[in-house]
Each structure stands twice: as structure tokens, then as C-alpha cells.
Design a protein around this ligand. Structure first.
Ligand SMILES: *Cc1c(COP(=O)(O)O)cnc(C)c1O
Length: 390
């Protein structure tokens, strides 16, 4: 079955819900049993598919979402947790141990680095950040105590595309599990398990939810590592809110049409910006100016709506004035909803393996589902403002 069809069918069975097309929202902590043996059996094997034992481990609403995302991404099973960051820290934590060593992409999401620096390091784990363009040369960074390799492709803020198959080939040769943050591409535009990855994490807060109205993380795991990750998530006490799981499932059903539109509009805006005299460089994986562009062409099935631009050197106050003048781009963190967003950002303090060299300020844009002609007109007046105040 092709992805567009799967997106409408996966994790859904009206027979299980009185014919209702969508799995209803089950709010539950206690699950009542008729027999002691049945209760004990469920308690002893809480992660068997379909077992419902206690709200924290999920209800039919949670399971529907987990099944849908795991099916679409090609993983064995999925685990929903309360946020994307919880998914990342739980997945990394499952493979880290005191006295061990993990390799983390230098272009990882800022809070992921904070967890590595303040969480893992404090727990006696050594962390080495590697240049996202490293590819198979990552082998030289492996140590006898390396327990995990963490990837994010494309990277946050700067969008470097990693050579995922080259890295996973090295990892497999050495028996080291790999974890990737696949939030940008979603399970629709990148298939991590087909490229040798063991664990894929998502901020479902972004495109899977798609409407800027929920917080949710999903961890998708291959068969070999599922028990280990599932047990670690249970140990930490994570769970996911049923209303948010329901909204994420609703969002998922339109993921393909939304992403294709985000892709098309973002490309139109990125190409337009690349021609502007105020812009030094556009960091968008589908443009040749993005490091790793050839890898994106080889491995990805599409590009989403988030990218950055490097402006020619200009005072930050002018950049702020430009951003505040935009009418269709809200100023705000997060992304992946139907609306366009802009933030000023600076990757420099978040890079240690390879320093960030651009001279001008960086702006990250999320291109929403508005008519791109309106977005271009808004950016045009914004850029005029940038020039006018200089
Ligand atoms: C937003 C984001 C996260 C964190 O997700 P939350 O749901 O906000 O915790 C993780 N990874 C990437 C790449 C993100 O952009």
C-alpha cells in the first residue's frame, strides 16, 4: 500500500469503536478487570500489543496513534510520550550508561544538547559532538565504550543533511544503536528504518499534529530494541494525554496533503529569497546551497516547510524591525502548524564540532499553508523595511 493510502488507514478499525470512523478519546487511569488472573497477567506483560492495564501505559487512543505512526514510518512499534523533548531524552537515556560514551550530531536541536550537557554528562556519560557532514569517518570517533550514535537530519537551524546510511553502516558493524530526530521530514518524507536506523524520534507537536494546538512526542523503534526503549520510558513515568493523541491522529490523516503544500510553498519562497540582494544564503535542503543537498536528493522523499536564511551583515535591530513588520509571519517558537512563523536565531553558541562561520544574522522561517503570493508580498515589504532603516 502506498503512503497516502496508509495515512488514511493505519491504526484505524471502525469495528473496534461501534463503527465510528475515528478511535474515540479514552480518558482512563484505572482499568477495571473481572478476574484476578486476568489482571495479574496484564500487569506482568503490560507492553503486549493490545494489553490495557493502566492509563500511564496507554489507552486505545494512544495505541491507535502509535500503530499509525509506526506503520507509516516502517518501524516495529511506537511509544507516545508527552513532548518531543521527552521522546528524545527517553530514547537517548535508554542507550546511555555511566562510564559510557555517546556521539551526538553538532547540529542537534538546542534542548537536546542541553540534555546531553546537563543530564547525560552529570550522569557520568561522556558526550562527543560530531560534525554533521562526517559520514563514514564517524568510525574514527568510536570508543570501546560508545553506546549510541544520535543523528538529526537535516540539523536544527542550519539544516545540514547527514549521510545516514554511511553512519548506520558503521554503527551496525560495531553493534552500536542509532537514534535519529526525524521531526523535520516526518515519516512521510524520510524512512529512517530503511536506512539502517534503530530508533526514530518525533516532535509530533510539529507536522504530525499540524495545527499548533498540542504537545506530543513519538518514539518509533525497530524490533530488536523495542523492549529496551519501552521499559526505559515506563521507568521514567512518561505518558501521553489522550486528547493530544486524538488530535495528533486527526492531524496525521491530512499529513500528506499538508506537507506537499508546505513543500511547494517553502520552495517558492526559498528560491525567491535566494535571489534577493539582502540575502547571503538560503539554508534549505532542496537547494544546492544547503550542505548535504546531494544526500537529501538521494535519501529523502520530499522537503518540508522549515528553513533558514543568512542575511548579509546588518544590525540586529534592523532584523528585528523587519520581523516585527511582517503581517503573515507570527513571531513564535515551534513550527509545523498551518501558519507561517519567523524567528531570529544564532547557531554559533550551539556549535562546537565545527564553528558556525556566517557573518550575517540568521532568520528561520516556517512556511505555512497561506497563498505563497501573499507570503512573498509580506516578505518583500519586510525586506524593504530592512533596507529603509539602514
Ligand atoms: C520542537 C522540536 C523538538 C521538541 O519537541 P517538543 O514537542 O517541543 O518538546 C525536537 N526536535 C526538533 C527538531 C524540534 O524542532
Amino acid at each position: 500500500m502506498r503512503d497516502e493510502t496508509l495515512i488514511t488507514l493505519a491504526g484505524r478499525d471502525p469495528k473496534r469503536s461501534h463503527g465510528a470512523v475515528n478511535t474515540p478519546v479514552y480518558h482512563a487511569s484505572t482499568i477495571a478487570f473481572e478476574r484476578v488472573a486476568e489482571m495479574v497477567e496484564a500487569h506482568d506483560r503490560p507492553f503486549e500489543p493490545g494489553t490495557i492495564v493502566y492509563g500511564r501505559f496507554g489507552t486505545p487512543t494512544t495505541f491507535a496513534l502509535e500503530e499509525a505512526v509506526a506503520t507509516l514510518e516502517g518501524g516495529h512499534r511506537a511509544i507516545a510520550v508527552s513532548s518531543g523533548l521527552a521522546a528524545i531524552t527517553a530514547a537517548l537515556g535508554a542507550f546511555a550508561k555511566a562510564g559510557g560514551h555517546v556521539l551526538v550530531a553538532d547540529s542537534s536541536y538546542g534542548p537536546t544538547r542541553s540534555f546531553c550537557e546537563r543530564g547525560l554528562t552529570a550522569g557520568g556519560v561522556e558526550v562527543t559532538y560530531y560534525d554533521p557532514s562526517i559520514g563514514s569517518a564517524i568510525e574514527a570517533l568510536l570508543r570501546p565504550n560508545t553506546t549510541a550514535i544520535y543523528l538529526e537530519s537535516p540539523g536544527s537551524l542550519t539544516f545540514e543533511v547527514q549521510d545516514v546510511p554511511a553512519i548506520t553502516a558503521v554503527a551496525r558493524r560495531h553493534g552500536i544503536p542509532t537514534v535519529i530526530d526525524n521531526t523535520w521530514a516526518t515519516p512521510y518524507f524520510f524512512k529512517p528504518f530503511a536506512h539502517g536506523i534503530d530508533v526514530s524520534v518525533h516532535a509530533a507537536t510539529k507536522y504530525i499534529g499540524g495545527h499548533s494546538d498540542l504537545m506530543l512526542g513519538i518514539i518509533v523503534v525497530n524490533e530488536e530494541n523495542f523492549d529496551r526503549v519501552r521499559r526505559h520510558v515506563a521507568l521514567l513515568g512518561h505518558s501521553a494525554a489522550p486528547d493530544d493523541c486524538f488530535l495528533a491522529l486527526r492531524g496525521l490523516r491530512t499529513l500528506a496533503v499538508r506537507l506537499r503544500r508546505h513543500q511547494e510553498s517553502a520552495l517558492a519562497v526559498a528560491r525567491w529569497l535566494a535571489e534577493r540582494p539582502e540575502v547571503e544564503r538560503v539554508l534549505h535542503p532542496a537547494l544546492p546551497s544547503c550542505p548535504g543537498h546531494e544526500l537529501w536528493r538521494r535519501d529523502f522523499l520530499g522537503s518540508s516547510g522549515l528553513f533558514s536564511l543568512v542575511l548579509r551583515p546588518v544590525a540586529l535591530e534592523r532584523v528585528h524591525a523587519m520581523l516585527e513588520s511582517l503581517e503573515l509571519f507570527a513571531l513564535g517558537y515551534s513550527w509545523g502548524g498551518f501558519e507561517s512563523l519567523a524567528i531570529p536565531t544564532d547557531p554559533a553558541p550551539l556549535r562546537t564540532a565545527a564553528s558556525w562561520r556566517a557573518q550575517g544574522p540568521v532568520v528561520r522561517l516556517h512556511i505555512g499553508l497561506e497563498d505563497p503570493a501573499d507570503l512573498l508580498a509580506d516578505l518583500e515589504q519586510g525586506l524593504a523595511r530592512l533596507a529603509a532603516t539602514s
